[in-house]
Design a protein around this ligand. Structure first.
Ligand code: NAI
Length: 329
């Protein structure tokens, strides 16, 4: 029997995991609404495994507390692991397992949806038509057909986005440390060339020390005037203050963000009755050419199914002393 404490549970998580768990009577899961943080890590006493999502804080302090409580497995039900102190976990003998590619198309299709919505001002049109305002002022977009898309990070999601852009009849440029051999239609170029030639720049690399604030005043300056920027990867890739400066300077035709630096407290929560403490998100939302969603790129039926399936397989493999290749070291 493996006892798992499931943090940050939403109703859709529980539905999806409980349906799959029927196949695994060896796994026992208790669900908590709270995120995994140093404060809530204490609740893990008596559990051998914890299950956490992207917005949990699994730094050194949390990992230490989990270790003290006897936890030996962190099941990440997400692909990214920049929020986990992997070195500390491994040093303390805690295994970290993730779901590497649950549905790259889910995120890529959302990236394209943001690019199209921001370009054609769908967010404004929706509100306008509801008010019986059928005018078109301020909603002029541009065709993607025969334009250039720049994909930064051509792994699983970047590759899916590259294929969508190719399908739209765009020239596709790629920048990555490693070239993806499946993408024979992508022209790999330097980051500078990608920035200077792309009409649409879409970010799909992980957040690392190297990619932190990849998009800043310096790189924005190198972009084409009238570019569309889409970020569905991690907020820290874009220096928000510099992005706002660029939007004010009319550098961007449109911006679509599924992730942003300040999202931590907002993500997956209904805060509509609260007075928000920071103004950065509000400032971004005040621009007519910016569309923001709340980290929902992953949120499709197919992705949720794949997440629960792989996470439970990871738990079973851990119990049986097997390796799945989903271990993070
Ligand atoms: P992946 O590991 O398949 O691909 C990442 C690619 O980025 C690799 O090809 C890697 O070589 C490249 N890369 C690494 N460092 C780079 C650098 N400095 N410059 C350029 N390229 C670099 O990962 P996958 O599955 O495609 O996911 C990408 C990111 O998408 C994740 O790290 C995560 O942050 C984000 N994500 C967002 C979701 C959402 O709901 N919005 C859901 C899932 C993932």
């Amino acid at each position: 029997m493996l006892k798992i404490l499931f943090y940050d549970t939403k109703s859709y998580d529980k539905d999806s995991f409980e349906e799959k768990r029927l196949q695994y009577p060896e796994l026992e899961i208790d669900y908590l609404k709270s995120e995994l943080t140093p404060a809530t890590a204490r609740l893990s006493k008596g559990y051998e495994a914890v299950c956490a999502f992207v917005n949990c804080e699994i730094g050194t302090a949390t990992v230490r507390l989990l270790h003290e409580n006897g936890v030996r497995l962190i099941l990440l039900r997400c692909a990214g692991f920049n929020h986990v102190d992997i070195e500390k976990a491994n040093a303390l003998g805690i295994k970290v397992m993730r779901v590497p590619g649950y549905s790259p198309e889910a995120v890529a299709e959302h990236a394209m949806a943001l690019a199209l919505a921001a370009n054609r001002r769908i967010h404004k049109a929706y509100v306008r038509v509801r008010e019986n305002d059928f005018s078109l002022g301020g909603m002029l977009g541009f065709n993607f057909y025969r334009k250039t898309a720049g994909i930064v990070g051509t792994g699983k999601i970047g590759a899916a986005m590259a294929r969508l852009c190719h399908g739209f009849g765009m020239e596709v440029l790629g920048f990555d440390k490693y070239q993806n051999p499946e993408l024979d239609f992508v022209k790999y170029v330097t980051m500078d060339e990608l920035l200077s030639r792309s009409d649409l720049v879409s970010l799909h690399c992980p957040l690392t020390d190297e990619t932190y604030h990849l998009i800043s005043r310096e790189t924005i300056r190198k972009m084409k005037d009238g570019v569309i920027l889409v970020n569905t990867s991690r907020g820290g890739l874009v220096k928000t203050e510099d992005l706002i400066e660029g939007i004010r300077a009319r550098k961007f035709f449109a911006v679509g963000l599924d992730v942003y630096e300040e999202e931590k407290r907002n993500v997956f929560e209904d805060r509509s009755d609260e007075i928000l403490e920071s103004s950065v998100t509000a400032r971004l939302l005040s621009f007519p050419n910016v569309v923001i969603t709340s980290h929902q790129g992953f949120f499709t039926q197919e992705a949720l199914n794949a997440i629960s399936e792989t996470t439970l397989e990871n738990a079973m493999a851990f119990m049986n002393g097997e390796s799945t290749g989903n271990e993070v070291k």
